[in-house]
Design a protein around this ligand. Structure first.
Ligand code: C2E
Ligand code: MG
Ligand code: MG
Length: 359
């Protein structure tokens, strides 16, 4: 039996089954365990005999029982090879552990692999409390049209106000990975989109970063259409950034999302461009207005012949496709000079202006 069948998504790497740590069980049609591995005793503190003596529902949190019943009924039903669900189970000491079940039936008995996700649930609850107006902050960084020498648009970048009060501001690298892992990135993206729409309604042109999860979210696309219409913002003032990697990995979803919002007048930028290089044929399938050349090619531009070749290549491809280029991460005048020579359209970086709180 491969471990893949217990996974909903590849990105849930911490949900990969581990024989030494995780739980296995079989149960009968009456809802009693018939077989359990040693992990159950270690995690919950009950002996295997104690666990098998009562219906397994007895161990489930009262608030989770109805849902557990519904899900286990699906396991027995046909056409659902593997059923995933979560519930809290009582440990011998009285505390509750969050468990994630992946169960399937052979027609009579059912079998499950079960993973303790208590820690992840705690992180999720802690993060959820932070992802509110009280803690979320939007920063803005100018993007310069290098021919006109004027700010053409600005990128909105999320920050988090620390929970310890004071002036502590947490950078995306220190909280977005957990936010993604807990499936809460949509909360951040929606909040930032609202900031972008408000800015656009004031006549400023805003770029908003969207995660892979958000571009697959049809609900968000519909909400956006409505919010833009309601705000009176000009859709041309809204640019959405999707990373090249997310676009390649979710090409159909990215195209549907981008098509839908491009029809309104919004535009799309491929972020961190150059890092996902494989084939470029996907570019023809996406309505992309901008390629944002990844910082990793810009930082060493003055000293690396390969990076200079890469940037010139990207600019040439973009021209052929009628797409504008943006170089990010510019920190010194020498780099800016080279980028101007290569004909990069827009420039962004600490040299031009660092991200500052949006007021
Ligand atoms: P990104 O979208 O590629 O953003 C560019 C990053 O480069 C930002 O980091 C920016 O502060 C930083 N930067 C700007 N100029 C310079 C420079 O001259 N030198 C260097 N070394 N760095 C520069 P930041 O703000 O820490 O954001 C990191 C990443 O987090 C972003 O990369 C983006 O992928 C993600 N992110 C930020 N805000 C959001 C958001 O609202 N939603 C989503 N889904 N992702 C976000
Ligand atoms: Mg970006
Ligand atoms: Mg980038």
């Amino acid at each position: 039996m491969g471990a893949d069948w217990i996974m909903d998504r590849d990105r849930d790497a911490d949900l990969r089954f581990d024989f030494a740590r995780d739980l296995l069980c079989a149960a009968d049609a009456n809802g009693y365990f018939t077989s359990l591995n040693g992990g159950w005793e270690r995690l919950l503190g009950w002996t295997v005999e104690e666990l098998m003596a009562r219906p397994l529902l007895d161990f489930v949190h009262p608030a989770d029982r109805d849902r557990t019943l519904e899900e286990t009924a699906k396991v027995a039903g046909r056409g659902e090879p593997v059923v995933h669900f979560e519930n809290r189970c009582r440990a011998r000491g009285g505390e509750w552990r969050w468990l994630r079940w992946s169960a399937r039936s052979d027609g009579q008995a059912w079998f499950a692999v079960v993973i303790d996700i208590t820690e992840r649930k705690d992180t999720e609850a802690r993060l959820r409390a932070l992802l509110t107006d009280d803690h979320l902050l939007a920063y803005t960084q100018p993007i310069l049209d290098q021919r006109r020498r004027s700010v053409a648009q600005e990128e909105l970048l999320v920050r988090l106000r620390g929970s310890r009060g004071g002036d502590e501001v947490i950078a995306p690298a220190d909280f977005l990975p957990d936010v993604e892992r807990c499936g809460l990135i949509g909360v951040v993206d929606r909040w930032m989109v609202a900031q972008g729409v408000a800015l656009a309604a004031r006549g400023r042109r805003a770029e908003v970063n969207l995660s892979a999860r958000s571009i697959g979210d049809q609900g968000l696309a519909a909400e956006l259409e409505e919010t833009i219409a309601r705000s009176g913002a000009s859709a041309e003032n809204l640019i959405f950034e999707i990373t090249e990697t997310a676009a390649i990995e979710h090409l159909d979803e990215a195209r549907d999302f981008a098509d839908r919002l491009t029809r309104l007048g919004c535009r799309f930028a491929l972020d961190d461009f150059g890092t996902g290089f494989g084939s470029l044929t996907y570019l023809r399938r996406l309505p992309v207005g901008y390629l944002k050349i990844d910082t990793s090619f810009v930082t060493g531009l003055a000293s690396s012949r390969e990076d200079r070749a890469m940037v010139r290549g990207i600019v040439a491809i973009a021209r052929e496709l009628g797409v504008l280029t943006v170089a990010e991460g510019i920190e010194d005048a020498a780099t800016l000079g080279l980028l101007r020579d290569y004909g990069v359209d827009y420039v962004q970086g600490y040299l031009i202006g660092p991200p500052v709180p949006l007021t």
